[in-house]
Design a binder for this molecule. Structure first.
Ligand code: A3P
Length: 279
């Protein structure tokens, strides 16, 4: 509940906050079996999961053709477990949960792409996500009030700060895990360089021209046009493809909010090696 009394509906599952997904699929997280050739895209919500999923799909299939609109544009472990179990390899999966919530990862050889995005833009993006997805969240508070919910992790998947620190801590402790870290801001600035890194990480050897066509097809405007209808609100407004920019926070944050978030960042992220860019 925010400080003006608006509530945001989430599920408290053994102390972890999750969206109101079917309990059945959430239970199965604990028993989820990874295949060695799975590719797992892992990120706090609103960090560019759909974007990277689409890049990886194109890199793996060697095709840049758009999916027909009836198909999905991500396969999230905590939501789609049934479908995923019968999918042919190689599976391209996504998740927003913590490492410890997927015990199967401890013994898996799958490849993980970990996406980071600066917390100010994530907060704004998540606010828009929460107010647009009325069926899940029933939230109608203001940005001003929501900001405090985000800052204190009272949203699904909990605190961005705890989430980011946790992955950063856990990965070196599990050296068998093959992980590539990418930043949303780098992908915006130099998509070809980042798509090349992802391609090489996946063991693929694509020509420069193909990499460029992946970048073009995965450009925000192109993805919004091709895929925006997959999960639009009833008035046709795409939920997952909103603005696609670095720095939109400047249109939302007050100076006080910047200072408050910086304070939390300082205490929670004190030993983090991640350097976030806000512009
Ligand atoms: P904004 O709300 O700031 O626009 P996720 O897929 O993890 O839910 O992340 C959603 C965020 O990524 C949204 O941010 C969305 O617009 C942005 N996004 C989606 N596709 C993108 C693309 N092709 N290029 C840049 N940003 C993209």
């Amino acid at each position: 509940v925010d400080r003006s009394g608006h509530s945001l509906s989430v599920l408290n599952y053994k102390g972890d906050l999750l969206p109101l997904f079917p309990l059945e699929s959430i239970h199965r997280l604990e028993h989820f079996v990874f295949r060695d050739d799975d590719i797992l895209i892992s990120a706090y919500p609103k960090s560019g999961t759909h974007w990277v999923w689409e890049m990886v799909r194109m890199l793996k299939t060697g095709q840049t053709d758009g999916l027909p609109l009836v198909e999905k544009d991500d396969y999230m472990i905590e939501l789609d477990v049934t479908d995923i179990a019968t999918m042919p390899s190689p599976r391209i999966l996504t998740t927003h949960v913590l490492f410890r919530q997927l015990p199967g990862l401890r013994s898996s050889k799958c490849k993980i792409i970990f996406i980071n995005r600066n917390p100010r833009d994530v907060a704004v993006s998540f606010y828009n996500h929460h107010v647009k997805l009325k069926d899940y969240y029933h939230y109608d508070g203001s940005w001003e009030d929501y900001f405090h919910l985000f800052l204190h992790g009272q949203v699904d998947y909990g605190s961005w700060f705890d989430y980011t620190r946790d992955w950063e801590r856990v990965l070196p402790e599990n050296p068998h895990v093959d992980v590539l870290t990418v930043f949303y801001e780098d992908m915006k600035e130099n998509p070809a360089a980042e798509v090349t890194r992802i391609s090489q990480f996946l063991g693929l050897n694509h020509e420069r021209a193909f990499i460029q066509s992946v970048c073009d097809k995965c450009d925000f405007a192109s993805m919004r046009q091709r895929k925006g209808k997959l999960d639009a609100t009833s008035d046709g407004e795409p939920i997952m493809y909103r603005k696609g920019e670095v720095g939109d926070w400047q249109n939302w944050f007050t100076a006080e909010q910047v200072a408050l978030m910086d304070e939390v960042c300082k205490s929670k992220m004190a030993n983090s090696a991640f350097k976030f860019r806000y512009e």
